[in-house]
Design a protein around this ligand. Structure first.
Ligand code: GDP
Ligand code: GDP
Length: 459
């Protein structure tokens, strides 16, 4: 699990700028699912050794009277989902009435909020910051989101109290299962003693609302009675259901909240982006469910992209495949080919959760993807593959010298990481890096899981 940070404040204080700095990616998830409030952007942040989820809100507008309503419409939800609220103000403007309105609201809900005075570049930062103590929320942290100044110490301040609750967030601690010391030789590693087959496989079922996640979950669980411990019910929590299939242990991460059906809190918004993102983070393999009767949306692609960025193995299930005409099916397949090119290494299954067809085969791909993600490959084999790749296609010349790739070893599993040592590797063009990734993928027969290749300069 990763902590969630919400950025709130009036427009133009620099929320998007900070969001972009923290996520350094353009494929943020925008919560524009039907029935959900728009204007919230979700991103995966990896900054200064911390991993977390960040929510950007469009901003709360001016007038004090409308403030509660505005807050309710979007920021409120983000605040509700967050562990940490960064309340951003503009150090150059001083306090505005909108700032006072937001501060009042934050004080009233009693959630830990940090006042962040942005744009301290080129001004007297201390004098500007002093102004904002009047907001009554304690310490004021000065930053320049555009340049990164002050961001590290701000994060350090807000995350230190959370480290015990979120041990996975600190990359440096390397507590994530399957991480290896990148410099060590795989043969020596205690991790090689992990018997991945004996561990329960954590399987998350994710997708937009109404694609059929609940139906699929029920289908997988069958009529078997499962004991589910009702967890304290916030909308952020998925339900973890232990199950067995063909002698193998699984933990099904249910983002759709099937087992809560009939409970009073069913009216609570069933779909939550945070819940989905947390489930992906926590899973070994993710089944991304698409609806055959809907065109592939950007949201579908964003979810898949998020899972890949997180290094998760994925299987794609195109649901509601029942009752479609042959022509319609062909058309859907063409569309999928066109739009899912970036995950051509993932298996695609056409299923009917309602009738059960194709559901059994899903599990073959789930196991295959998991096996790919955890397979062990020794240094000599990886180096041999590297040599073959280089033989077939020489790395380019850089400033008259050829980039030299010397040897490769495993840097971790789940997802597989391959470390390549050589000279001038920093100059290796992206196209050649992708060539190597594809070459390793084919040679190792890796399906359904992203491969990460990293380069190290040899002395
Ligand atoms: P949002 O509406 O709160 O998301 O604000 P934006 O991130 O869009 O920023 C509003 C404006 O402030 C833009 O013109 C940014 O370039 C500018 N800005 C953001 N951060 C900084 C900063 O650290 N220093 C300065 N000088 N300008 C900034
Ligand atoms: P969720 O929001 O993703 O959990 O979606 P649900 O499982 O609640 O399903 C949404 C709707 O799609 C319901 O009316 C289901 O009966 C229907 N549905 C689910 N799977 C299938 C399927 O395989 N075929 C058809 N025709 N309908 C389905």
């Amino acid at each position: 699990m990763l902590p969630v940070v919400a950025l709130v404040g009036r427009p133009n204080v620099g929320k998007s700028t900070l969001f972009n700095r923290l996520t350094r990616t353009r494929d943020a998830l925008v919560a524009d699912f039907p029935g959900l409030t728009r204007d919230r952007k979700y991103g995966q942040a990896d900054y200064d050794g911390y991993q977390f989820i960040v929510i950007d809100t469009a901003g709360v507008h001016g007038d004090e009277e409308g403030i509660d309503k505005e807050m309710a419409s979007q920021s409120l939800r983000a605040i509700d989902e967050a562990d940490v609220v960064l309340f951003m103000v503009d150090a150059r403007d001083g306090i505005t009435s909108a700032d006072l309105g937001i501060a009042k609201h934050l004080r009233s809900i009693g959630k830990k909020a940090y006042v962040v005075a942005n744009k301290i570049d080129g001004i007297d930062a201390e004098a500007a910051q002093a102004d904002f103590y009047e907001l009554g929320l304690g310490e004021v942290y000065g930053i320049a989101a555009a340049h990164g100044r002050g961001v590290e110490s701000l994060l350090h301040k807000c995350f230190t109290p959370l480290l015990d609750d979120y041990p996975d967030m600190s990359v440096a601690r390397s507590s994530t299962a399957g991480e290896l010391d990148e410099e060590a030789e795989p043969e020596d590693l205690a991790h090689d003693e992990i018997d991945y087959d004996a561990l329960p496989l954590k399987l998350a079922i994710v997708g937009r609302p109404n694609v059929g996640k609940s139906t699929l979950t029920n289908r997988i669980l069958g009529e078997k009675r499962v004991v589910v411990f009702d967890m304290p019910g916030t909308t952020r929590d998925s339900i973890y259901i232990p199950m067995e299939r063909d002698g193998r242990e699984y933990i099904l991460i249910d983002t759709a909240g099937v087992r809560r059906r009939g409970k009073i809190d069913e009216t609570v918004e069933k779909f939550s982006v945070i819940k989905t993102l947390q489930a992906i983070e926590d899973a070994n393999v993710v089944i991304c469910v698409l609806d055959a009767r809907e065109t592939v949306s950007d949201q579908d692609l964003n979810l898949i992209g998020f899972a890949l960025n997180a290094g998760r193995s994925i299987v794609i299930a195109v649901n509601k495949w029942d009752g479609l005409s042959q022509d319609h099916k062909e058309e859907i397949k063409r569309e999928l080919d066109r739009r899912l090119g970036f995950v051509d290494f993932a298996r695609v299954h056409f299923i009917s959760a309602l009738h059960g067809s194709g559901v059994g085969n899903l599990f073959e791909s789930v196991l295959e993807a998991y096996a790919s993600a955890t397979q062990r490959v020794g240094t000599s084999k990886l180096t041999r593959i590297l040599e073959m790749a280089v033989d077939e296609h020489q790395p380019p010349l850089v400033r008259g010298r050829r980039v030299k790739l010397k040897y490769a070893h495993a840097g971790g599993y789940n997802p597989p990481r391959i470390i390549i040592h050589g000279n001038q590797v920093k100059d290796l063009p992206g196209a050649y890096q992708r060539y190597l990734i594809n070459y390793f993928r084919k040679s190792l027969g890796v399906m359904g899981t992203p491969i990460k290749v990293e380069f190290r300069e040899s002395e």
